[in-house]
Design a binder for this molecule. Structure first.
Ligand code: ADE
Length: 370
């Protein structure tokens, strides 16, 4: 049977009759059957879905915040095989943890994982507590993650409202609430809290997420022709999928100009540890300084007494949530005594020991290892 055939799910839907209007709650209740049937047939096979234990669900949900499913898969497998338990995570060394997270971004997520693991180890004997309220008290676990762990791992009927769910439900109910506002998220949680099924709430939450990722997509037109909720969806019926959900209040990002250097020495390429506070705190970096620096500025900016400029490197850009780095670069050769903050590394050391965030990826690729 072709599950994507148009309106295959129509017969599972309870539809409004003339003169009888659904409340948002009625509409979501009417969506449950076709949604669950669709999910059963169309759920992607993902590593964390195979064995939905609380620890695995937690790690996957934290990785999936701000990062695409395809990118998360290899990180998840590596993380779980190296740190298979809460205890192992609680005891991992900070640099090793950052190395396992290198490239995923939002590194405070990883630091909070370890903090929470220490608490779970101390308070709950290494098991994530099967309680929404206790989960929410752990570092880095907000309402969404707590709901996901509680429902997927423990079958607790708690909502897990992420960006996908906000989009899908805003469209199905034709809501004009601004989904960038916390108040809209709170209302959505309250609404889903009323309709979430008591049997298999984890699949219900994941079905809403999955439909948001595969059908009711964020960029470009949603695929209403294959949507199991099409006949119920008020945004589709009224032709509003282009304007819903409403998202205002996105702040513009600050642009920071940086000059990044690949500095070659006889001992290796120079890297530095970043400050313990702020963006990419505690990670390593290629030497960089603010401004669009020119050759003549490099000695002073990078504290080099004796050096030679080998070449100018291409410009690159990296986008964070609130900041954009616009970078230019140079390849240098430095001689003699160096400032203490510099660490000369060989290829294997950079690969295995020092977490270097993706923001430096464009220049990391240009390193010429000797
Ligand atoms: N995005 C966030 N949580 C997810 C999950 N459990 N499965 C797939 N995509 C997700």
């Amino acid at each position: 049977m072709d599950m994507f055939k148009e309106n295959y799910y129509d017969r599972l839907q309870v539809l409004e009759r003339p003169g009888q209007f659904f409340t948002p709650e009625d509409r979501l209740k009417a969506a449950e059957k076709p949604l669950m049937a669709w999910y059963k047939e169309n759920a992607r096979e993902l590593p964390w879905r195979k064995k939905p234990e609380a620890y695995r669900v937690w790690i996957s949900e934290i990785m999936l915040q701000q990062t695409r499913v395809e990118a998360v898969k290899p990180y998840f497998e590596r993380f779980i095989s190296e740190l298979p338990t809460v205890k192992a995570l609680a005891q991992v060394e900070a640099d090793r943890l950052m190395k396992l997270w290198e490239g995923l971004g939002y590194y405070s997520r990883a630091r909070n994982l370890k903090k929470a693991a220490i608490e779970i180890d101390g308070l709950y004997d290494g098991q994530l507590p099967p309680s929404l309220e206790k989960l929410k008290k752990l570092p880095g676990i907000g309402s969404y993650t707590a709901g996901a762990v509680a429902s997927i791992a423990y079958g607790i009927p708690a909502p897990a409202v992420d960006g996908n769910v906000l989009r899908v439900v805003s469209r199905v109910t034709a809501s004009y609430e601004d989904i960038t506002k916390q108040s809209a998220k709170n209302k959505m949680e309250a609404l889903i809290g009323k309709v979430i099924p008591k049997t298999d709430p984890g699949s219900y939450n994941q079905a809403l997420i999955e439909i948001g990722a595969l059908v009711c997509v964020p960029n470009g037109s949603p695929h209403c022709n294959i949507c199991p909720l099409a006949s119920l969806c008020l945004a589709r019926i009224k032709g509003l999928t282009g304007e819903l959900p409403v998202k205002s209040g996105k702040k513009e990002r600050k642009i920071v100009q940086l000059t990044v250097c690949i500095i070659e020495t006889n001992q290796g390429i120079l890297i530095r540890k970043r400050e313990d506070q702020g963006l990419l705190a505690g990670l390593y970096e290629l030497p960089n300084a603010e401004g669009d620096l020119q050759e003549k500025d490099l000695g002073e900016a990078f504290g080099l007494e004796n050096y030679e400029v080998l070449e100018r490197l291409p410009a690159a850009k990296h986008i964070f949530t609130h900041v954009e780095w616009h970078m230019n670069g140079f390849r240098l050769k430095a001689f003699g005594k160096l400032q203490e903050s510099y660490i000369p590394v060989k290829e294997k050391q950079l690969e295995g020991e020092y977490p270097l965030p993706n923001a430096f990826k464009a220049y990391r690729k240009l390193i010429q290892w000797k």
